[in-house]
Design a protein around this ligand. Sequence first.
Ligand code: PRX
Length: 668
Amino acid sequence: MTESTAKTNETVAPSEGFVAQARVASKEAYEALWRQSIEDPTTFWQEQTKDLVFRTPWTAFSDGVPPYSEGEIPGPDGAAPMTFFPGATLNLTESCLDRHLTTPARTRAALIFEGEPGDTRTLTYFELHRETVRLAAALADLGVQAGDRVAIYMGMVPEAAIAMLACARLGATHTVVFGGFSSDALRDRINDCGAKVLLTQDGAWRRGHAVPLKDMADTALLETPTIEKVVVLARIGAERCHSHLKPGRDIDWHDLVSRVPSPKSIERAIRPAAFDAEHPLFVLYTSGSTGKPKGVLHTTAGYLAGVHVTSKYVFDLREGDLYFCTADVGWITGHSYLVYGPLSCGASILLYEGAPNFPDWGRFWSVIERHGVSILYTAPTAIRAFMRQGEEWPNRYDLSSLRLLGSVGEPINPEAWLWYHRTIGAERCPIVDTWWQTETGSIMLTTLPGAVAAKPGATGLPLFGVEMTIADDEGALHDRGAANGKLVIKRPWPSMARTLWNDNVRYGETYWKAIPGRYFTGDGARRDEDGYFWVTGRIDDVLNVSGHRIGTAEIESALVSHSAVAEAAAVGRPDEMKGQALVVFVTLKEGKQAGPVLKNELAAHIDREIGKFARPDEIRFTDALPKTRSGKIMRRLLKDVAAGTVRANQDTSTLEDLGVLAKLQAED
Ligand code: PRX
């Protein structure tokens, strides 16, 4: 974030053209709909979920009656206190696929794929449905049943979306592991949820090279006793990316789906079972402030309702739109707004495989021009990187097909907002900054396009069913007027995470204890006089580096697992490009030599333990970590040292005596 982030208060109204066709065309209309969603949720959700397919329709919105008493949240064992749409049964894929087969969407593109090398492929709704059914039948023949966990370790290829949908069709709970994670990270996630099958690919294209996913998976698979079968897509081909299929365990994807499935499996895939509204849909691992990554569990009906309604209103998805979400399927944005949300609206999605700057900085703009993308959803980090390369890149392309722009993942600074608005959106396209989290399942804060003016740098107002507020240090809630503090959600909402896999207690403690009975987001925020929320970022020990959520505890435990390291502390430093940069302070064991060789070794160690994206930007050796008398690491001080506001040592490449600094601070 840059200096000016929280300072502008300029408003940018939507264009007349956009307002004229908007679903919600004024602030009053938005407020009326929001009020209905809070005061009469049953009527609101009945109307808003009428396009979705339920086998047994729901009658009650939830099994709790708002407002909820504090004692009810969370439930007694720590898990979510309530269920949404109780009694309903559904197969989520019928809302995303089957329902479009009887409409003109049947022959329309559901998915347009562009590979990094330039290959393209289009799947109509009919074809996406057919491919999903085929894979679901094949997986059923491999023994996958409702309730089983299936891991997906893939890049950005259509089969990744097909894999998710096929699992959902069978009622198997998928866990997608981002392709940038290392073997060790994949192994830990597979073991935590006990996945039975792994879907992967030989390699994924990234900047002209093949990332050897299957090789990395093979290393993980040495220590994953629950995996019975591995399905391998040949994306790259044996000439450029050799991968070995282990007999009896590994199956080639195309061989698998071209087999004739058993009649029972065909039946199950074509006319899939309906599942309970609270059936576990997926587990997605994310970083927390302590301990190992958390397996965030989302269930079926509430999640679908949340992503459907937000896709429709926030992105204004309509027939004929081509929607380009640049997030990876391995993160929540890829789940909710690349796959499930847009497909539930019958939109056409654009899936691009590779790096934004390959072969050059014009790639995204060229994709938009050639395919006629109308909606772009990307991250501030990417916008800032494009900004640095200059307007000449986007200016070479015809971007006139764009009509709406979105931002997600971290605060967008006003400079980046304005550049996005002028250079990419030609001041014609509304920008929706969207605040949400893996745990919230769907977007919680934004400025509804066509209804609400945007403020560059602010996220916006609460979405339907979301009662957002600010808590002060004492935990008191400030529901109205200007306020500054912790960002808190007052009541449960349909798409919220129901628990952490196998860890109800941690779920309760992480989210519902800081402000008893309310959901604490982990973020700090300010609400201005107009009710707009300005999210400033995490206030717990979680970092946001280029939109990647990184837990300091994970980095620290990865570092101390190295034989030379005695202690480690990871902190964030403000960074103009990345939002935050990752700085680690390390003390060494007796006799270990600090220096560039060890720095490289530690960076490579993080690559192995977590993944390259979590590599520290700076590694600093120190004689001791500054600690309070009770032995707690003084993180605040380390942050100041990392930011350069306190100088520990003029020459940062040598050992720092942070102990002295700690003493000085204690004496202050
Ligand atoms: O700190 C907030 C930041 O990203 C965190 C959630 O990260 P993750 O679960 O990986 O999900 C990212 C994509 C939804 C939040 O706690 N964050 C996300 N969107 C914004 C944001 N911070 C400011 N503005 C946003 N629009």
